[in-house]
Write a protein that binds this ligand. Structure first.
Ligand code: SF4
Length: 471
């Protein structure tokens, strides 16, 4: 397998943008404004990729629609993280045979992580003849050429050749949110956690050049964006492949020094690459949110080894303690897997004791589900589904109690929030720590930072009143 990152040349990107022009003419010649529907499964990285796919479609003259019905092109951006997610995709793809029958000129494309698996693209090729095109994450940049070929020839296209991964700068972007933006800083992952399919479908770690990221952030701030989230499967190893002496903490510091009224978040971190320097940087810059999502997955060293996570419980806790010593109010969230193959009751109790020790504000909890193509899927497991469900319920009960106590502790405090929308009667807002706050107020407040006095809470959210002077 090719191990070197493919950097797509500016000339090739210009050629793809020119092809968008040809597609616009193709439809203009028929006096049609075509409609495009892009649906996203999975993580924030897929959301960010879908914003590029929408950007290319808008560049090609398509109007965006939020339904498959009557769409001239449908793009499903798929996720491969769990097998049952894939079954759902196959079900939805099957159902598209009807929308196409009702709108025969409709073109259907599948992309994203699922399409990075040869077995999946073969299955689509042989069992889903109504699908016109398939492309993996490494081929996203050439979507305009693939679309034009299908429009002109009616022939199906498959761009799924395996590669270490590509970097393409300068693709058009159509963001749905006008306040908050995703900015990918790197792609791929080299960690090969034994339960995870991502390294096999997203390729090797490859970082974007810092100046490309700075330029994108400057443009977003100038356009009035209030929140930027830096994205990567493992942002903490940013820059290692570039060898230019810029690591993730340097990147964050540079962006946090940019002028403008905005705040900065990032995800996702791997504890083995998280450094004290990163915590120092978060503490030093007011624009960097005091929130850290640091997945620990298990509290037991033998299980962490079986997961191929490359850190120990002690090393993880040392990071947490250091961060808390600098920022006592640092909001910590994490991911945990319950019922990893062979995890004993005692080892599970290590996970519970770690949660009680760290006291996360929120936890994303998963029951282990074997993912075909990963080492963990072949591991022996003497424990039953009932065992895992019982442990899962116990873990959620412990965490819900902690989250409730944590949220109750905010009552009476004044917090700075970004008001980002409305939910029925009330406005919604997010604290620096990412906590959801509901408050009364007019829509003119949406998009503004404000101080809010917290006067109530539930397990997962807070309520508050706008402070004088914040109106
Ligand atoms: S760090 Fe591990 S869990 Fe995260 S994407 Fe990489 S291999 Fe998957």
């Amino acid at each position: 397998m090719e191990t070197k990152t493919t950097v797509i040349s500016p000339e090739e990107i210009r050629r793809q943008n020119a092809i968008c022009g040809e597609i616009r003419e193709y439809w203009a010649a028929q006096g049609v404004t075509p409609l495009a529907f892009v649906d996203t499964y999975g993580c924030q990285q897929n959301e960010a990729d879908s914003e590029r796919i929408r950007g290319m479609l808008v560049e090609a003259g398509y109007a965006l629609t939020d339904t498959e019905e009557g769409a001239d092109v449908i793009v499903l951006n798929t996720c491969a993280i769990r097998e049952h997610a894939e079954q759902r995709v196959f079900g939805n793809v099957g159902a598209l045979v009807h929308t196409k029958r009702r709108h025969p000129r409709q073109k259907i494309f599948l992309c994203g992580c699922m399409m990075g698996q040869p077995a999946v693209s073969d299955r689509i090729k042989h069992s889903y003849p109504h699908v016109d095109g398939v492309f993996s994450t490494h081929h996203l940049w050439e979507f305009p050429a693939l679309l034009l070929r299908v429009l002109k020839t009616g022939k199906r296209v498959f761009a799924v050749e395996d590669s270490a991964g590509s970097i393409a700068e300068g693709l058009p972007v159509a963001r749905t949110n006008k306040l908050k933006a995703w900015v990918s800083v790197m792609y791929g992952c080299n960690n090969f956690c034994s339960y995870c399919i991502v390294p096999y479908v997203r390729g090797r770690e490859r970082s974007r050049l810092p100046e490309e990221i700075y330029r994108e952030c400057e443009d977003l701030i100038a356009a009035g964006y209030k929140e930027i989230t830096l994205l990567g499967q493992n942002v903490n190893s940013y820059g290692k492949d570039l060898g230019i002496g810029v690591d993730f903490a340097d990147l964050m510091a540079h962006i946090a020094e940019l002028d403008g009224d905005f705040r900065l978040r990032f995800m996702t971190s791997h504890p083995k690459d998280a450094s004290f320097k990163l915590f120092d940087t978060i503490a030093k810059y007011p624009k960097i949110c005091k929130q850290f999502h640091l997945p620990f997955q298990s509290g037991n060293d033998r299980v962490l080894k079986e997961m191929n996570r490359h850190y120990t419980r002690e090393q993880y806790l040392r990071l947490v303690d250091y961060g808390r010593s600098l920022m006592p109010d640092l909001v910590l969230t994490s991911d945990v897997i319950v019922g990893f193959p062979g995890e004993t009751e005692e080892e599970f109790e290590d996970t519970i004791s770690l949660i009680e020790r760290v006291r996360y504000d929120a936890l994303f909890t998963f029951i282990f589900s074997p993912r075909g193509g990963t080492p963990a899927a072949k591991m022996a497991d003497p424990f039953t589904k009932a065992d895992k469900n019982r442990r899962f319920d116990r873990l959620c009960a412990v965490q819900n109690g902690i989250s409730e106590e944590k949220h109750r502790a905010y009552v009476g405090k004044t917090l700075r929030v970004l008001i980002d929308g409305r939910d029925g009667e009330l406005l919604t807002a997010r604290t620096d720590g990412g906590r959801l706050v509901r408050l009364a107020g007019g829509d003119e407040l949406i998009g503004r930072f404000a101080d809010v006095r917290i006067d109530g809470c539930t397990t997962w959210s807070l309520t508050g009143r706008l402070c004088k002077g914040s109106e």
